[in-house]
Design a protein around this ligand. Sequence first.
Ligand SMILES: [Zn+2]
Length: 246
Amino acid sequence: MPNNISHTSINNSVLAALPPEERQRLLAHCEQVVLNDGDVLCESGRHMRHIYFIESGLVSFLTPVGGHSSVEVGLVGNEGVAGLALFLGVSISPVRMLVQAAGTALRIEATLFHHELKTSPVLQRELNQYLYAFMAQVAQTAACNRHHLLGARLARRLLMTLDRLHSNEFHLTQEFLAHMLGVRRVGVTGAAGQLQEKKLISYRRGNITILDRKGLERASCRCYRDVNNIRERMLSDTHNHSALDP
Ligand SMILES: [Zn+2]
């Protein structure tokens, strides 16, 4: 499928790591799509038709709980993809994929993706590494939701958003944050109020401005730093292994 995607301005980390020839081949099958706030890329339990390489914006992965509510178990920005199950050869999504901040993605149809995957060891390696980092994020989030106080979890969630949107200002409604953190709205109001009193953030009608990033890191639980450290150790480990390859 011919397209006019610029090969010089790749904003997705997985695609950016590919050798130019492999990237070009993959991009020839990709279509750029706009991600609107609130779009659902796939419902939990439904077949995925595409894998999305996120260029900008934020996609949240939600797991249904009890049939009428759901809790966020992970999120992705331009460091990764939405639709990892396809990489594992499964077309049914285990999670609901909800666009939480508008942006764009390059998407590729499942069959074409599998074909490219077979012929590109670098794409396989990059997705393996992303999968590892994503698993670490999901595992840490499960532990975090169970053990850490709401204010610290909110601080962590804001830092994760900040890192992926590359902006100090973004929009997250209280209702959405409550949904993400698995608490009532009143809980978010209190926790956001405390971060605001400490002058770490400004929060008005869902518009959040990060005023003091270092302070927010101190207010966050260790989970934020731990997941980043796991990813850095993984990258250093795989680099050492590839250096030993014949
Ligand atoms: Zn935590």
